[in-house]
Design a protein around this ligand. Structure first.
Ligand code: G6P
Length: 371
């Protein structure tokens, strides 16, 4: 009923709007009185944690994209090599696992068979398995060595939204905690990043205030045959997630690409009028932002209709953006938290206008319990 959905037409739409709260809840109680980050759930001594020489993340679907973001964060802050692997592929490639490997299984439902089989394989090789999960007492946490619960609350819509954002939060917390224990040179930044994370719920409210603008954009692209998504760095998994949402909900052909890879093939797909959603990195000391702008120029020169997600105050983009959605200014590693939300709104609205059942898309299940 509408009451269950808080007056929204879909659970998905309700869950998109619950994201500020879900993120805030997932950050509660993490700072010790001395200012240090606490993450006792990992259940490894500092000594054991310092011995970890590799992290492998296994997950499926949207959770896999959270893992891709985690790789950027963990490698940058902790200087530990990270592999991210689709759970369904993992054990079949005979992965190298030791007791010094930390395996992180990300699963909203905790029941995904592919992910479950992956952790069984990892534990048989005596690696430490940490689950990041939203469902208390589900199978994956029960079969893991440790579990870090996300606090999204029950997610009903088949396409994950608040589950994804809270997975990102859990991944950032894990990354910061590893950096703290390892004492990397980023150790001093931990308190700053926690402050920035605590500002995210407020930022999300501002993104959600632009919903009508995003819905209008979505409605304008109802007839599209195919939609491309471009991103770089932590924005690359966001592009992949934006494309997945359109496939899942609107049954539209959509592809996400790393913007730098465009010229190596995908640019051949660009046709006149094709919508291309671009996740523009924040302006920073690196060249990511400027390289992204040149990618956007290239697709636009070939007729693409560019819909750019760019931070407030970034005026360099306005000349190349046919449509513009503003994002709050946050560091590049945290940008997925704010950048994915317009893409969720876009897919939800497009699918609604096309007359599809957004909460229960054809051929999909909320959790896939067969391999
Ligand atoms: C299914 C859902 C996806 C989800 C994936 C992984 O395919 O349709 O939305 O991302 O499973 O689910 P999990 O519960 O393991 O995160």
């Amino acid at each position: 009923s509408a009451a269950e959905k808080d007056g929204h037409d879909w659970f998905m739409r309700k869950e998109i709007h619950e994201q500020p709260r879900a993120v805030a809840d997932s950050l509660l109680g993490r700072r010790a009185p001395n200012g240090e980050l606490q993450l006792d759930e990992v259940r490894l001594s500092d000594e054991d944690l310092r011995d970890i020489d590799k992290v492998i993340i296994v997950a499926c679907g949207t959770s896999f994209y959270a893992g891709m973001v985690a790789k950027y964060a963990i490698e940058h802050w902790c200087r530990i090599p990270v592999e991210v692997e689709l759970a369904s592929e993992f054990r079949y490639r005979d992965p190298i696992l030791t007791p010094y490997t930390l395996v992180v299984a990300i699963s909203q439902s905790g029941e995904t068979a592919d992910t479950l089989q992956a952790i069984r394989h990892a534990r048989a090789q005596r690696s430490w398995v940490l689950a990041i999960c939203n469902t208390n007492g589900s199978t994956i946490p029960r079969e893991s060595d440790a579990v870090l619960y996300t606090h999204a609350g029950p997610e009903i819509g088949v396409a994950s939204t608040k589950g994804f954002l809270t997975q990102l939060v859990a991944c950032y917390l894990l990354a910061l905690y590893l950096a703290q224990v390892k004492g990397t040179r980023y150790g001093e930044e931990i308190a700053d990043v926690l402050d920035q994370l605590e500002a995210i719920p407020g930022h999300l409210e501002r993104v959600l205030e632009q919903r009508e603008h995003v819905y209008e954009l979505a409605r304008r692209h109802v007839g599209a045959r195919s939609v491309l998504f471009l991103g770089r760095h932590a924005g690359y998994p966001v592009a992949l997630e934006g494309a997945l949402k359109l496939k899942e909900l609107a049954y539209l052909h959509a592809e996400g690409f790393a913007a730098g890879e465009l010229k190596h093939g995908p640019i051949a797909l660009v046709e006149d009028g094709m919508p291309v959603l671009c996740v523009v990195p924040p302006r920073g000391r690196d060249q990511l932002h400027d390289k992204m702008i040149s990618g956007i120029q290239e697709v636009r020169a070939r007729g693409a209709h560019t819909i750019c997600l760019a931070e407030e105050g970034d005026e360099s983009i306005t000349a190349y953006a046919d449509e513009l959605v503003r994002l709050p200014r946050v560091p590049v590693l945290l940008q997925p938290l704010v950048a994915v939300v317009p893409l969720q709104l876009f897919a939800c609205e497009l699918a609604t206008v096309m007359g599809h059942d957004v909460d229960q898309p054809r051929n999909l299940a909320k959790s896939v319990t067969v391999e």
